[in-house]
Design a protein around this ligand. Structure first.
Ligand code: ZN
Length: 402
């Protein structure tokens, strides 16, 4: 029986029932930017402390941080990041923003998240790349501990290796009472980090980012990305050295592609042999490219609402997520930016059903696929435990059971 037969959208209660389903569903989010997800209240506080608030109140800050409602282009969207980046130039602010983001995604029912950010954008006031990464790693440990405390009333055991950060083995942790759909001892949330290199930066500087990121591989930094303005810097191949440095160090490779320039930009990214592509939605226009994505098993980490903001598609309903999924192209669903795009992952999941027409089973299959392609090579037993927890949930939820 399909979802809408059980939860009649004509009934007022249906939205609450759908929300309950989507909130209760354990979720994995692979495409989420730290700087685009700064809480407006925190941004206001940081801005006031630093004399950057321009007299804004909370509503004004929220509006300032949100990307353009009317689609313009990727360049216009990227300007929304200027203020959060200006506010995140010291270790304390970076650490706090990371902690709060982990708390926010956990409140959405997310059990696994990859958080990405560009370390080289946070060195304007004296931090080194290493300082920047260390601050985000520390904020991750704080966030994981805070979520664990909220769920269980106790912090992760400090003696357990990696328990502080939700990274590495945590077999030494004492059993805790677990939320539904959870196996005992699995952290309430598992976090991995992705260092982003900027397309606009000098290729040699990006090699440095890759080298510094690689040094944190044991601390849960497991991925490397290339992002930024595509129209001005269309060719990702000039950054091949940085990407190969990261790959040689064992980092998973994902590349932003297709927010400008259509399917040819996705093709260019494929030449660098990424495991995943951030966005890549315009691939739908090129059947031979779809064949290649399928054959190589490259996953597109899609963010439909963000794509409307970047004018990749004119309206949410035009987004090709459902067509890509039904064409057996590997895809996942993420927010991209909670604050700039002004959505939660539950919002994006709801839109996938209400606007894009996915069935709950399709949504679930896509969500479950995220665990298979997550950058968790540093702890495969943990990936297996996450899979087991997700599968246990699905076994008890007829709306998503295959
Ligand atoms: Zn992105």
């Amino acid at each position: 029986m399909e979802f809408h037969a059980l939860v009649d959208p004509r009934r007022a209660a249906s939205h609450r029932e759908l929300d309950a389903l989507l909130r209760g569903m354990p979720k994995a989010e692979l495409h989420l930017h730290l700087d685009g997800s700064l809480r407006p209240a925190t941004a206001l506080e940081l801005a006031r402390e630093r004399g950057l608030d321009d007299g804004l109140d909370l509503a004004g800050m929220r509006a300032r941080l949100a990307g353009p409602a009317q689609p313009l282009d990727q360049a216009e969207l990227l300007r929304a990041f200027d203020l959060p980046i200006a506010l995140l130039q010291d270790a304390e602010a970076l650490r706090r923003a990371t902690t709060e983001l982990i708390e926010d995604v956990a409140a959405d029912g997310t059990r696994y998240v990859e958080i990405r950010w560009a370390p080289a954008l946070h060195v304007e006031r004296g931090l080194s790349l290493r300082d920047v990464i260390a601050a985000v790693v520390a904020g991750t440990a704080d966030g994981v501990a805070a979520v664990e405390r909220a769920r269980t009333g106790r912090a992760p055991a400090p003696s357990a290796p990696g328990a502080d950060s939700g990274t590495g083995a945590d077999a030494g942790r004492p059993p805790v009472s677990s939320p539904p759909g959870t196996d005992a001892g699995l952290p309430a949330i598992v976090v991995r980090l992705i260092a982003v290199a900027m397309r606009s930066h000098d290729p040699r500087a990006n090699v440095r980012v890759a080298e510094e990121a690689a040094a944190f591989g044991g601390d849960g930094l497991t991925g490397f990305d290339l992002a930024g303005l595509e129209a001005s810097y269309p060719d990702p191949r000039v950054h091949r050295d940085a990407i190969e440095t990261a790959r040689a160090a064992g980092l998973g490779i994902t590349l932003h592609a297709g927010e400008w320039g259509g399917a040819p930009q996705v093709r260019r990214a494929l030449e660098l042999d990424p495991a995943r592509i951030a966005h890549g939605a315009p691939a739908i226009d090129d059947p031979s490219l779809l064949d290649e994505l399928r054959a190589r098993g490259v996953t597109l980490d899609l963010c439909p609402t963000s794509n409307v903001q970047a004018a990749v598609v004119p309206r949410l309903a035009d987004h090709p997520l459902a067509r890509l999924l039904r064409a057996q192209v590997p895809v996942t669903l993420s927010t991209d930016d909670r604050t700039v795009t002004d959505i939660t992952l539950v919002d994006e999941y709801r839109s996938a059903i209400d606007v894009l027409g996915l069935t709950p089973r399709e949504l679930w299959a896509m969500n479950r696929h995220a665990l298979d392609v997550a950058f968790l090579a540093d702890d495969e037993p943990l990936r297996d435990r996450l899979r087991a927890a997700f599968d246990a949930y699905a076994a008890g939820e007829p709306l998503v059971r295959g």
